[in-house]
Write a protein that binds this ligand. Structure first.
Ligand SMILES: [Ca+2]
Length: 262
């Protein structure tokens, strides 16, 4: 005892030996350590990869390119009422909505609310137009979803409007966020970014998220900017507070208040 060399010399060799029908196999301790290190390294890489995948593709996001970081309108489709306006009112000078990333008749400050790009929808001088972008999204009926994002606006005349909304069958003003006219932003200035949230409990399994910018009179210019658009299922804890009865939904309460005020 006390002689470590003696103690250790009593242990069997570290390298195990296996005797079989085909002879004696010996695995060196170096190989075992190398194997363990390799497995640890593989597990570490798998952990990092899974973390990256979770970070890069939040499973719940239903909109494509809602932050416009492709630098174009990938994932979105263009629509317009050209050469008419949506109300069937006389059109002074039919024009097209210009989609620009970034905007070309000015931009809000800061120019984006995420990353490097934001959507701009514009109508220049001497043109009347209504239009924008849309995406159709598959959803689960009677399950709450929330559309969030940021919107900014320039308008210099009555009839200049920019909107974001959801269509679940018929047009429903309770499912739209609208900047009404230049008075909303007190003159011919570009508004600050406005954050919005629209809750919907779909009655159909495909809903449409749309943007719309209008210049109903040909005077001046109009522009709407959009960024950070996101459509997601309402997170589980929040669902507890959202009634399955649409009449109890806060959006419908807002609508009721609006109707009462008319
Ligand atoms: Ca962006």
């Amino acid at each position: 005892m006390g002689n470590y060399n003696g103690v250790f010399s009593d242990f069997p060799p570290i390298s195990p030996r296996f005797e079989g029908d085909y002879g004696v196999f010996e695995i060196s301790s170096c190989k075992i350590i190398a194997y363990i290190c390799t497995m640890r390294f593989v597990l570490f890489i798998l952990f990092i990869l899974s973390f990256c995948i979770l970070r890069q593709s939040p499973a719940a996001e239903l909109l494509k390119n809602g932050d416009f970081e492709t630098g174009d309108i990938t994932g979105w489709k263009y629509w317009e009422t050209f050469p008419w306006d949506g109300d069937g009112a006389p059109v002074e000078s039919p024009a097209h909505i210009t989609i620009a990333i970034p905007g070309t008749i000015g931009n809000p400050l800061p120019p984006t609310t995420s990353g490097f790009f934001a959507l701009a929808q514009q109508v220049g001088f001497h043109g009347t137009a209504r239009g924008g972008l849309y995406q159709e999204v598959r959803v689960i009926v009677n399950t709450p979803y929330i559309l969030t994002g940021h919107l900014a606006f320039y308008g210099d005349d009555i009839g200049d409007v920019t909107i974001i909304g959801i269509l679940d069958g018929a047009w429903n003003p309770a499912l739209a966020f609208t900047t009404t006219n230049k008075n909303y932003i007190a003159g011919n200035t570009t508004s600050l970014w406005m954050e919005f949230a629209l809750m919907i409990i779909p009655s159909k399994d495909v809903i449409t998220v749309f943007t719309e910018t209008r210049q109903d009179w040909m005077h001046g210019q109009v522009a709407g900017w959009y960024d950070n658009l996101s459509l997601r299922p309402v997170p589980e804890p929040t669902k507890l507070f959202v009634s399955q009865n649409p009449g109890d939904n806060s959006l419908h309460e807002e609508k009721a208040k609006t109707n009462k005020g008319k």
